[in-house]
Design a protein around this ligand. Structure first.
Ligand code: SAH
Length: 346
């Protein structure tokens, strides 16, 4: 089967899928994410959304949509932060797009007593139209990715197969993909034999672009990945905060692949959305005032807690080569008429 189908089954198979059977987040789980590292992340995004809502002309009803909300931590922190902007908070209806039953359950528990209306959907298409702000953190990396391998006669789709010893192995389809090169940037067309190219075909970026133009609204997407479309095998398996084999234990480990921000932007722009960025997460969070927020929290906290806040700030904005501040990028999309989104000023 194509790598994308393998990834889809591993992650979201109704009985054996990784996301369908567990909550992988946190110290005891397989990986952690920015909102789980610090409340500051969600708080700043809440205030960002309030600012964008004003740029949108303060619509009376706003759909605050989150794709893949995990434990719902980011939305919880965002809604708490905007208590200070009551004229905005009053307009919000939250829409969670979630495929995982355990995560949905967790979100329902977390939002059981909230004063804001909350609804759940399986896909972005199912969310009612209307002025919207769409948020996503570490969502796109979890979407199935297709891979192709450059062979002597062109690109062949990469597949997962069962070998003579009954083991899973990577291979490639026997026929090349017709006219594939025509769709690729020149850089990628010059790939050497054996190089791998990845793409996503889920259509979510198209729907996101369509929505911010038609509904209208804006979107903010955080993830790790590359700013320019390029070759490379980024399919990665993680278990217990360590790299694992993508084939050894299907459905038991997290599978992700880097986000191609150029492809994401092209899809949304194809629907007439305007792209802002991508820029590094560290720069974006600093522009939103994360250092001031950290200083405020530290002032009010005992010494031990202050050290934790400082460490969390460091992790979120770290400029080290593998730091989240640099590895993670953020891209915004909006209807052109709303101007430049906060944090993306040139
Ligand atoms: N945004 C959260 C969780 C990231 S994990 C955080 O930053 O902590 C990825 C999330 O996307 C999970 O909630 C997972 O269940 C969800 N997800 C994965 N594939 C999905 C899909 N195809 N549609 C909707 N949600 C999906």
């Amino acid at each position: 089967m194509p790598v994308a189908q393998y990834m889809a089954l591993c992650l979201t198979h109704p009985v054996h899928g990784y996301y369908t059977t567990r909550d992988p987040l946190g110290a005891a789980g397989d990986f952690t994410t920015s909102p789980e590292i610090s409340q500051m992340f969600g708080e700043l995004i809440g205030l960002w959304a309030a600012e964008v809502w004003k740029q949108m002309g303060s619509p009376e009803h706003l759909q605050l949509i989150e794709l893949g909300p995990g434990r719902g931590t980011m939305m919880g922190d965002a809604l708490r932060a905007v208590i200070r902007v009551p004229e905005f908070r009053r307009t919000i209806a939250v829409h969670f797009v979630e495929v995982s039953p355990p995560f949905e359950k967790r979100q329902r528990d977390a939002f059981a007593r909230t004063d804001v209306p909350v609804e759940w959907h399986k896909a972005l298409e199912d969310v009612p139209e209307g002025p919207c702000i769409i948020l996503a953190n570490e969502f796109f990396d979890a979407l199935p990715v297709h891979q192709a391998v450059m062979c002597v006669d062109g690109w062949h789709e990469r597949v997962v197969k069962i070998d003579e010893n009954n083991q899973l192995r990577f291979g490639h389809a026997s026929d090349p993909i017709p006219l594939f090169d025509d769709m690729l940037p020149e850089r990628v067309q010059q790939a050497q034999i054996g190089e791998i190219f990845e793409w996503r075909a889920d259509g979510i970026a198209l729907e996101l672009g369509r929505r911010v133009v038609r509904s209208p609204g804006a979107a903010l997407v955080f993830d790790y990945g590359h700013v320019e479309t390029a070759t490379g095998d980024t399919l990665q398996a993680v278990a217990g905060h360590r790299f694992a084999s993508a084939l050894a234990a299907p459905g038991q480990v997290d599978l992700t692949a880097h986000v191609d921000f150029q492809a994401l932007a092209q899809a949304a722009e194809g629907m007439d959305a305007r792209a802002h960025g991508p820029i590094e997460q560290g720069l974006f969070l600093r522009r939103l005032g994360i250092e001031t927020r950290a200083a405020m929290l530290k002032k009010a906290a005992p010494a031990e807690r202050a050290a934790e806040i400082e460490a969390a700030l460091g992790r979120l904005i770290s400029q080290a080569r593998t730091g989240m501040g640099r590895l993670f990028k953020v891209i915004g999309f909006a209807h052109e008429k709303f101007g430049i989104l906060p944090g993306f000023e040139p």
